[in-house]
Design a binder for this molecule. Structure first.
Ligand SMILES: Nc1ncnc2c1ncn2[C@@H]1O[C@H](COP(=O)(O)OP(=O)(O)OP(=O)(O)O)[C@@H](O)[C@H]1O
Ligand SMILES: [Mg+2]
Length: 384
């Protein structure tokens, strides 16, 4: 193997070796993926709990880059119960978006691949194992069963088409069988009204740039909800908006979710948004889930030092501090993850076992679990 000069430095020879190896792995995975006429029996599965809409089970999603393998999602497990909102928090780059893109099979291929684990999606009468679903079947799931709301609505709407044409297209594609053009238009206007757009007929004829950010996000929500999906993935849906508009959009999401009884996977940096919306919270760090529980577990009894740090770094109304707490250090390099707890180098609460292997999941209560050596004495109490 060529000599490494500094962290991250690769000789040309080694870069070639890595990219050859990557091609070998991704070609094999792509070949499997591109097979035609895959029988449904190959990707049918059983939900472990029929009350869940989605079950992520030990998901591994990797990117095979020329600098090495980026383990963006490295063994993530959590459930999204039907009718509930699950908040996913964690700092930038911890794998939140890649987890949700894996559910939609929208990870950038061929170098991004689900390499291990399962994502079980509940379709009511049956369940699918998403990582095995072929492309044609996935087209039908996206939009109909799972739909996504992105952070920046301007980049998701096409600037050169009128709002109405874009909403019509979604309906025609997913729900258009037997509908005339007028029916589709009526449904689009109805959807725009449903998301609280006044003068829906007028907005129908406008271009995206004529609308404000909040209005554009409402249009995106209308498009995402056009087919009453079972799961709505909202990736930072309000980050690009002002706080007042943010509150309106969150209210709207909550109302609509209850109306169609779907589940929301809400990805955000903002703990305030989580507190307001989520029933369950999953805290991710460097591609792994470090803690999960109900919103109450996480907000009132945070257990992992990272979660405790996150809670301490959020401003509290009425409490005056000179400087907000910030977690020291930085996230480890995703290409060379340490073989001990990923948070150890930044942790201010280390205990004796911390230099050992990556800690396993400890069940603190039926709903609350954490991966941290500080709780190993409770392990007998009921490990997962
Ligand atoms: N197409 C890609 N190629 C290579 N690496 C990628 C790719 N997409 C994501 N990654 C890497 O995967 C890791 C997780 O990325 P992800 O986008 O899921 O982070 P995130 O938690 O959503 O962050 P943010 O809060 O900033 O949106 C990061 O280290 C990122 O660099
Ligand atoms: Mg993201």
């Amino acid at each position: 193997m060529a000599k490494k000069h500094a962290e991250g430095y690769l000789s040309a020879k080694e870069a070639r070796r890595i990219s050859k190896e990557n091609r070998r792995i991704t070609n094999a995975l792509e070949k499997k993926r591109k097979r035609k006429n895959v029988p449904e029996s190959e990707y049918l599965t059983q939900m472990h709990d029929p009350n869940n809409a989605v079950e992520f089970d030990n998901l591994h999603t990797y990117f095979y880059t020329d600098a090495g393998v980026v383990k963006s999602v490295d063994g993530v497990s959590f459930n999204v119960p039907i009718g509930k909102t699950v908040g996913i928090v964690g700092e930038s780059g911890c794998g939140k978006s890649v987890t949700s893109l894996s559910l939609m099979q929208l990870v950038q291929r061929p170098h991004g691949q689900i390499v291990d684990g399962e994502i079980r999606l509940n379709l009511g009468d049956k369940a699918y194992e998403i990582s095995k679903v072929p492309q044609e079947a996935m087209q039908h799931i996206r939009g109909n069963t799972v739909s996504m709301i992105f952070q920046e609505p301007m980049t998701s709407l096409n600037p050169v088409f009128r709002i109405g044409d874009q909403v019509d297209e979604v309906i025609a594609l997913h729900d258009g069988a037997g509908k005339s053009k007028e029916d589709i238009k009526a449904r689009s206007v109805e959807l725009l009204e449903m998301v609280g757009i006044a003068n829906a007929e007028g907005v129908y004829k406008m271009f995206p740039h004529e609308l404000s950010g909040g209005m554009r996000q409402r249009v995106m929500i209308a498009m995402a909800l056009a087919c009453s999906p079972r799961v709505i993935v909202a990736d930072e849906p309000t980050t690009a908006l002002d706080v007042t508009i943010q509150a309106q959009i969150l209210d709207l999401l909550r109302q609509l979710k209850d109306k169609i009884n779907s589940s929301i996977m809400l990805i955000t940096h903002d703990l305030g948004v989580i507190a307001e919306m989520a029933d369950y919270v999953v805290v991710m760090y460097a591609g792994r889930v470090v803690e999960k529980g109900t919103a109450e577990d996480i907000f009132f009894h945070p257990a992992h030092p990272y979660t405790i740090g996150l809670m301490a770094s959020k401003p509290v109304v009425g409490k005056q501090v000179d400087k907000l707490y910030s977690i020291p250090g930085k996230v480890p390099n995703p290409i060379n993850m340490p073989n001990y707890c990923y948070f150890k180098d930044r942790c201010e609460m280390c205990v004796e076992g911390c230099s050992g292997a990556y800690p396993c999941e400890i069940q603190l209560s039926p709903t609350h679990s954490v991966s941290c050596y500080r709780y190993y004495d409770q392990k007998e109490g009921g490990e997962a």
